[in-house]
Design a protein around this ligand. Structure first.
Ligand SMILES: Cc1cc2nc3c(=O)[nH]c(=O)nc-3n(C[C@H](O)[C@H](O)[C@H](O)COP(=O)(O)OP(=O)(O)OC[C@H]3O[C@@H](n4cnc5c(N)ncnc54)[C@H](O)[C@@H]3O)c2cc1C
Length: 241
């Protein structure tokens, strides 16, 4: 029997930057080899503050490849329905925990009270409005009930000697998983342009709130590493170069 007290419900996501080699100056040498050849080596430790104009021009003109000479690795914990969306971003490298090789932990996502519940508008342009207290209660109760029942089934099958890869089929998409994802700034800008909702974007996107929570945390880390590029991205309508 599953001890329901051992089941954890969370309403957040974890995003930690575990490795990075990402500086605004990385953009400079990559861009300047075009006109300076070997002299671009002088830009390897260049002062990006003094070259703000160049970085802004590259973003605005969508000269994207100079933004690829850097790397950021994030550790992410999020529900599997978020990973289904995250893994669509192909210009990235991923490694995820396995439901075949380890017993999945009883950690499930349940929307927090600040999660808007009711959808209005048309596909591709939804607006969300807060639900009533009854709707929030219903979502929480139903999610918790299903997760507890599903995890109990999973445990019963494991105890009966069924393989993890078979027993896991009863688990809901709201169960948490964990992965590492490595991206460069160009790819991250594409991800942020699509997975954050910003009305001031040149091309506003309407992502699911839970992947936006992941995106917002990645954005905060990247902004610290490459502030000049980050400012240029925002200034130019959050379009990936
Ligand atoms: C709001 C929203 C709703 C969505 N709804 C759906 C949906 O209903 N169904 C669905 O299936 N998907 C949906 N998606 C996923 C979407 O179609 C993309 O798969 C996802 O956003 C990844 O974007 P990407 O291809 O630009 O990223 P990446 O895969 O990281 O690619 C980055 C860039 O590389 C280039 N590139 C990569 N691979 C190729 C290739 N094979 N050929 C040519 N160029 C390539 C493209 O320029 C691309 O923009 C949705 C996404 C968003 C943001």
């Amino acid at each position: 029997m599953v001890d329901v007290d051992k089941i954890e419900f969370r309403s957040d996501v974890t995003v930690e930057i575990v490795r990075s080699s990402a500086h605004d100056s990385d953009v400079l040498f990559a861009a300047r080899v075009s006109t300076k050849g070997e002299q671009s080596l002088e830009d390897v430790e260049g002062d990006a503050e003094r070259s703000k104009g160049l970085i802004n021009y590259l973003v605005r003109a969508r000269h994207g490849s100079p933004f690829e000479h850097n790397s950021m690795t994030f550790y992410v914990q999020a529900p599997i329905f978020v990973f289904r969306e995250l893994l669509r971003h192909r210009i990235a490298s991923y490694n995820e925990e396995s439901g075949r090789y380890r017993e999945l932990r009883p950690v499930f996502y349940v929307p927090g009270t600040d999660r808007m519940l009711v959808q209005e508008g048309k596909p591709g342009h939804y607006n969300f409005v807060d639900g009533t207290a009854e709707q929030h209660k219903l979502v929480e109760e139903e999610t918790k009930r299903v997760c507890e029942e599903a995890y109990a089934s999973y445990q019963r099958m494991l105890e009966a000697g069924i393989a993890r890869e078979v027993a896991r089929i009863v688990l809901p998409l709201t169960i948490y998983s964990s992965l590492y994802v490595t991206v460069n700034a160009r790819s991250l800008m594409n991800f942020l342009s699509l997975r954050t909702k910003r009305e001031d974007s040149a091309f506003p996107s309407y992502p699911q709130r839970e992947i936006e929570m992941v995106a917002e945390k990645m954005e905060a880390e990247w902004a610290k590493l490459m502030p000049v590029t980050y400012a240029a991205f925002n200034k130019n309508g959050r379009v990936a170069p």
